[in-house]
Design a protein around this ligand. Structure first.
Ligand SMILES: Cc1cc2nc3c(=O)[nH]c(=O)nc-3n(C[C@H](O)[C@H](O)[C@H](O)COP(=O)(O)OP(=O)(O)OC[C@H]3O[C@@H](n4cnc5c(N)ncnc54)[C@H](O)[C@@H]3O)c2cc1C
Length: 345
């Protein structure tokens, strides 16, 4: 039985694990490592530090299926809809121009529930707080080093973290780039991500939002580009737990403040938010997140879905940088990596 390590419990890694299990049944032993303390990656659903009942989506907000992807990824959409993970999102999104034939979906339990669904289907051995720091070829297998200092060997490795984090790894792939061809190095060097801050505000149970929208794109504001009435968006039962609101900063703001601590940036974002929504009550709890690698602005050129660095032992790179930055981009990457894994294993 081949031991396959998937690094990253975001959507691409989780879906890849799930598809691999379905296609190869008991021929593979799948292990998933993530450096974070929970699932989701950039589809993260956060809780306030002092409560376990409220939650808010700090990264991805909702899923838009274009007519073409609704057809080609029909099985993924119908699986998530029939299991109740996805629901149609028909509330008002102010400032959004939806293309003809496209449809929005939301996740009643938060965006990380999509990732959790595929992970639980994968039957993979899942480990959090496993931070990969190095990758070394050892004959027919890969030695994968962890920040904790120890290492483990696998027959095949799949990396799904953002490209700059792959290139930071020690060993044969990252910093020394021994195994990457000149063309692969050039392709990876072209990837560009936007950066953003996201702030979630959690309110007391008696708070009712007075504005009519579930989400709003803010035009011509240098600080804030998007606000979501997160609990309304997810149709969460509010009477007991209180609503939540999420703010995303603009790309220029993210770039300008990228090297600052989130504690320093949070007051600037909140001041601007209360300029935009002067009637908003004070929250009881706040959570701020810096997305250094938010959405992919330029993906890996000429590389649909994945990049195979080595056939034996297999090392394959994937994630939204190898397709595009949304649900369907991750599905494309996972499908493309599945083909490589099936052929190799
Ligand atoms: C603010 C924001 C808004 C967005 N809005 C939308 C939206 O509305 N709709 C939509 O469809 N998409 C949206 N996206 C894009 C979407 O979230 C991403 O395309 C998708 O989540 C990427 O998934 P992934 O698995 O490829 O990567 P990731 O989710 O980044 O997963 C990679 C994982 O690797 C882990 N990792 C990194 N380095 C290491 C290491 N060295 N060792 C171990 N683990 C490691 C990380 O912790 C992470 O969990 C948004 C993204 C952001 C940030």
């Amino acid at each position: 039985m081949s031991r396959v390590l998937i690094v990253g419990a975001g959507l691409t890694g989780s879906l890849c694990a799930c598809l691999l299990r379905r296609e190869m049944q008991n021929k593979v032993h799948i292990v998933v490592w993530d450096k974070a303390r929970g699932t989701g990656g950039r589809m993260s659903t956060a809780r306030p530090p002092d409560s376990s009942s409220q939650s808010a989506d700090l990264g991805a907000q909702y899923i838009t299926a274009t007519a073409a992807y609704a057809r080609s990824h029909h099985s993924f959409y119908s699986e998530l809809l029939s299991s109740g993970v996805l629901k149609p999102f028909d509330l008002l999104i102010e400032g959004l121009k939806l293309k003809d034939g496209s449809r929005n979906y939301m996740t009643p339990l938060g965006m990380s529930s999509v990732v959790k669904h595929f992970l639980s289907e994968s039957g993979a051995d899942l480990f959090f707080e496993r931070h990969v720091t190095g990758l070394y070829r050892r004959g027919a297998s890969w030695e994968v080093q962890r920040k904790a200092g120890d290492s483990e060997e696998f027959d095949a490795v799949v990396l799904t973290m953002p490209v700059p984090q792959i290139l930071q790894l020690q060993g044969d792939v990252g910093q020394s780039e021994i195994l990457l061809s000149v063309q692969q190095k050039q392709q990876l060097a072209q990837v560009v991500y936007s950066s953003r801050f996201a702030v979630a505000l959690f309110f007391a149970p008696d708070v009712v939002f007075t504005f009519p929208w579930a989400a709003r794109y803010v035009a011509d504001n240098p600080y804030i580009c998007y606000i979501a009435a997160d609990s309304r968006k997810r149709n969460a039962g509010l009477s007991l737990i209180g609503p939540s609101l999420v703010v995303h900063t603009s790309v220029p703001f993210g770039l300008e403040h990228l090297e600052k601590d989130k504690e320093e940036v949070q007051p600037i974002i909140l001041q601007e938010l209360y300029e935009l929504l002067p009637d908003l009550p004070q929250p009881i709890s706040i959570k701020c997140q810096k997305w250094r690698y938010s959405q992919v602005l330029t993906s890996v050129p000429d590389c649909p879905g994945q990049m195979t660095v080595l056939d034996r032992p297999l090392l394959v790179l994937g994630g939204d940088a190898f397709s595009h930055s949304n649900f369907d981009g991750c599905v494309e990457s996972a499908l493309s990596m599945l083909n490589v894994l099936k052929a190799s294993l």
